[in-house]
Design a protein around this ligand. Structure first.
Ligand code: HEC
Ligand code: HEC
Length: 211
């Protein structure tokens, strides 16, 4: 190999390694220690707690979790009038020291096995399936499993009370209205497409998928 080629190859290798380091930077073990504070509301297995209005987080994608934590830290989420649970979570997100802490805790939570929160609403899962497949499945996946490529979170296993409340937050503009919330804005447009009964039916369909 000519010296020039060797230099070029090493440069490519160095940039590949540098890229790899950024991707591998998240440290779930460090994240586990940080999660201790979060467990008070989200539960030791990140299974969520309806009484605290805290959603299940287990099994959610790391990319989505980290984005929401940044949104809470930057005032993109949790600052709208009337968003008391969001404000509560924003205060918690600000206790994470820096971007590494956010990445680490997100990586830890994403590594936990998904949970099945108890159903709290009764709806028509068959009708909900129809609504879901025509209006939600393209982004969130046909079983509500989420799709990182479209920035759409996992919906199965979130818990129906939280799911319904967030959907209504988008509908009322409590979430998704901040000028920097580009992904929330997409979802806000979609939230106009279900009425209350249809939303309950969709929640019932998603409950049936998480059992
Ligand atoms: C005092 C209770 C409390 C604590 C402690 C807490 N949270 Fe939360 N968290 C909430 C509530 C309430 C919500 C729902 C906010 C809303 O309605 O928008 C939430 C929402 C979230 C969300 C958004 C989930 C989604 O599906 O969009 C993430 C991510 C999150 N919390 C992570 C954490 C992490 C990580 C910690 C620990 C550093 C933590 N939380 C500590 C109460 C808490
Ligand atoms: C065009 C793609 C798209 C479609 C279609 C769509 N969503 Fe979303 N949805 C998103 C994105 C992107 C987010 C994440 C927003 C963010 O990052 O804050 C989201 C977030 C959500 C959330 C918040 C989840 C959480 O953990 O807080 C709920 C609930 C939700 N969508 C329900 C639905 C339902 C129900 C439908 C069908 C009526 C639907 N979505 C259709 C893209 C979509």
């Amino acid at each position: 190999m000519r010296p020039k080629t060797i230099i070029l190859n090493s440069l490519i290798l160095i940039s590949l390694l540098a890229g790899a380091t950024t991707v591998l930077a998240a440290d779930p073990e460090a994240g586990e220690a940080l999660y201790g504070t979060c467990a008070a509301c989200h539960g030791p297995k990140a299974e969520g707690a309806v009484a605290m209005k805290a959603p299940a987080l287990a099994g959610q994608s790391a990319a989505y979790l980290a984005r929401q934590l940044h949104n809470f830290r930057n005032g993109v989420r949790g600052t709208a009038d009337g968003d008391t649970p969001g404000a509560q979570m924003a205060a918690m997100a600000k206790t994470l020291a820096d971007d590494d802490a956010v990445a680490n805790v997100a990586a830890y939570i994403a590594s936990l096995p998904a949970v099945t929160p108890a159903a709290t609403v009764e709806g028509d899962a068959v009708a909900g399936n129809k609504q879901y497949q025509s209006k939600c499945g393209a982004c969130h996946g046909s079983s509500g499993q989420g799709n990182d490529a479209l920035n759409a979170p996992r919906l199965v296993g979130l818990g129906d009370t939280y799911l319904i409340r967030q959907f209504q937050n988008f509908k009322q503009g409590i979430r998704g209205s901040h000028p920097d919330d580009k992904y929330g804005r997409q979802m806000k447009m979609m939230a106009a497409t279900l009425n209350e009964q249809q939303l309950v039916d969709v929640a019932a369909f998603l409950n049936s998928k998480s059992e």
